[in-house]
Design a protein around this ligand. Structure first.
Ligand SMILES: Nc1ncnc2c1ncn2[C@@H]1O[C@H](COP(=O)(O)OP(=O)(O)OP(=O)(O)O)[C@@H](O)[C@H]1O
Ligand SMILES: NCC(=O)N[C@@H]1O[C@H](COP(=O)([O-])[O-])[C@@H](O)[C@H]1O
Ligand SMILES: [Mg+2]
Length: 386
């Protein structure tokens, strides 16, 4: 593969649609290869804006605005980093010859729970929780009656748990409908899912090109209110169950096609592996790979996008713990304890320009045996103030 200095007309140009903490790491990996980066988001000074060559602030749900910036910048590759994008703009861009990662159809399927769930369950025959789609309170009541309580209600388009509720009694259905409106994407339709009382859940990071597919060690994680707070790698699990998860990950990623890394989310109950959802991009729980692998999920994403070899080494166990802000600040200040700078500890401060209560602002990473790493990462995250 030939590389040119960035900003030359022949250089490879990667455009990130979404410029949060995950995009920032992708931009830095691309920059390490001398690739020019263009970071787009809906607000200025987003994390990836801080490190990219070119930045844009665009309403990415606006088809014309998004297409305009793509046509103007003429990127070699377009990497969606969030779900709430104008899919029509990506479809048009693809028709015009732009390379969308992994491809516009896969982005369309995964951005909406209805598309990806029906694809996984009906077309690919993967095991999932029972589910129904509803548009009104009456339909929600009927679906909860059929599926049973507890169940989980989520907007068809949302992420990081926004607008999601676990229903434990029928009385909670009204609040779930209201809460769903907090979705970042589209709450005009909701999915009602059977609650799976899983033993544990994993993200199986799967990188693919036309030539090969590689799996990272499974990542175990804890979620609070549908958002990740702690992840660790590897998740200790029986080899036969892991093999089932790998087969599921291969089926879904082959089904979606294209190049890039995918975060395949599975629930494990006994020997059963349920497909939950998949991100066609790096996954928040996968930030732990920044310290556990010779090629992190971000590096693997860039390599896959470029069609490069995907082989890597697992260095050893580690954990990550998210720091979420407890304040509303227009100039966020994080007070980080010295422990975050111990020899086996790392802190990534995203540099978000504004904090809100509950907004993820940083992540603590610890390289150690899993239980020790989890405890220390949590201790660091808990002692950050801001
Ligand atoms: N059917 C279910 N049964 C049990 N727990 C569930 C179910 N659906 C979701 N959860 C819990 O809620 C978490 C978030 O759900 P999900 O991944 O669907 O939401 P999300 O908003 O897309 O999150 P993200 O964007 O962070 O991946 C899951 O990781 C799991 O812990
Ligand atoms: N689970 C999806 C996820 O972690 N996405 C990451 O969070 C950012 C949005 O953060 P914000 O809401 O604080 O702007 C996204 O841009 C992406 O990096
Ligand atoms: Mg998820």
């Amino acid at each position: 593969m030939l590389f040119t200095s960035p900003l030359k007309s022949s250089s490879i140009r990667i455009m990130l649609l979404g410029s949060g903490e995950l995009g920032k790491e992708v931009v830095m990996e691309a920059a390490r290869l001398g690739i020019e980066t263009i970071a787009v988001d809906s607000y200025p000074n987003a994390p990836a804006h801080l490190v990219a060559n070119v930045t844009h602030v665009v309403n990415m749900k606006d088809r014309d605005a998004l297409l305009e910036v793509i046509r103007r910048e003429k990127p070699s590759f377009i990497l969606p980093e969030i779900e709430a994008l104008s899919i029509e703009a990506l479809e048009d861009a693809e028709k015009e010859g732009f390379h969308v990662i992994p491809n516009a159809e896969a982005v369309k399927k995964t951005m909406n729970r209805k598309n990806i769930r029906e694809f996984a369950a009906k077309e690919l025959g993967l095991l999932t929780s029972a589910y129904r789609f509803v548009k009104s309170f009456g339909e929600l009541q009927a679906a909860a009656g059929e599926i049973g309580i507890p169940c989980v209600v989520k907007p068809v388009m949302s992420s990081s748990g926004h607008g999601q509720s676990i229903i434990r009694s029928e009385a909670e259905l009204v609040r779930a409908l209201e809460h769903a409106k907090e979705a970042r994407g589209d709450a005009s339709e909701l999915i009602v899912e059977e609650f799976i009382p899983f033993d544990y859940e994993i993200t199986l990071l799967t990188a693919r090109t036309e030539k090969e597919t590689v799996f990272c060690e499974p990542i175990g994680h804890h979620q609070e209110d549908g958002d990740y707070v702690l992840s660790w790698q590897p998740m200790d699990m029986p080899e036969n169950v892991l093999e089932k998860a790998r087969m599921m990950a291969r089926t879904i990623t082959d089904g979606l096609g294209g190049r890039g890394i995918f975060g395949v989310e599975c629930f494990i109950k006994g020997e059963d592996v349920y497909f939950s959802e998949v991100s066609p991009r790096p996954h928040d729980t996968g930030m732990v790979t920044l310290i556990t692998q010779s090629q992190s999920e971000f590096s693997l994403h860039v390599r896959a996008v470029l069609g490069l070899p995907l082989d890597f080494v697992f260095y050893g166990p580690g954990a990550s713990a998210a720091f979420k802000s407890s304040s509303e600040a227009s100039v966020p200040v994080l007070d980080v304890p010295d422990g975050a700078f111990d020899k086996n500890a790392f802190i990534r401060i995203f540099g978000k320009p504004v904090s809100h209560v509950g907004r993820r602002m940083a992540v603590a990473l610890v390289f150690d045996e899993v239980e020790k790493a989890k405890a220390k990462a949590q201790e660091i995250a808990a002692s950050i103030k801001g």
